[in-house]
Write a protein that binds this ligand. Sequence first.
Ligand code: NAP
Length: 282
Amino acid sequence: MAQLLDGKEVAATLKEAMVKQIEGLKAKGIVPTLGIVRVGAKPDDLSYEKGATKTCADVGVAVKNYALPETASEGNLLKVIHEVNVDKNVHGVLLLQPLPKHINDKVIRVALLPAKDMDGVTDGSMAGLYSGSGAGYAPCTAESCIQILDHFKIDVAGKKAVVLGRSTVIGKPVALLLLEKNATVTICHSKTKDLPEVVQEADIVIVAIGRALSVGKEYFRAGQYVVDVGVNPKPNGEKGICGDVKFDEASLLVAGISPVPGGVGPVTTCMLVNHVIRAAVK
Ligand code: NAP
């Protein structure tokens, strides 16, 4: 049976370290503060906001909410973005996305300062990740995958890593982060041929395709470490969420695998709060 790459364990360790860092900051009169900017009230946004707010409360980071109605104009949102950009007491910002269709997200992605962009959504943060310049922050979910591997001391240097998915929030950034750690990286997508064979060759597999329980035993072999990023409603109308990987099949074959729920999810909000602390330290 595979080692469980338990995200709750990773989150608990991160929180413990963050509490200590915050004590140090508060002793200097700095209260790390996250601004959460939301337009409308989509269930996914509310759920991310709730998780982020709880993690902030757990470790002692303050939260300032900027909730705009679904009908808010691009100008209204830009005004809020400029406000948080210049507010020295707001160290970082979570800008919930996707934005409503009447707002040009390209304009917003340029307006928010990378230094305040805690979830790596701006063009400047993406450029920073690409160039390794250190500008901005990596998307929290992508960084969580690396955090899980690091926590369980899974060294990726010189190993073959395969990433399933090429979105700008997960697939591409996680591939860059793995490359930065000297893995040899292959990025796969919906047009990749012979996908199971390609994945079988990997030592490290990151799965982020958003297809419930679609990656089964034919993809895996002994010795692999698998991080399942997928968050999907369970098929057949069952209650709850599931990953992209058929956990029951894969866990009989591979060396280690993260579960869903309880894998990447709990680590993601910790990475967000970790970014706020880093921003406050800066
Ligand atoms: P996305 O934007 O829909 O991208 C999915 C990617 O998977 C695309 O690159 C797509 O390829 C590829 N793909 C789709 N079907 C495929 C298949 N059968 N074989 C190979 N590749 C395939 O999704 P996302 O935003 O990256 O999210 C991926 C998953 O992560 C979702 O389940 C999402 O809910 C979850 N997620 C989790 C967290 C967390 O904190 N745990 C956070 C955010 C998202 P093409 O480019 O060719 O279309």
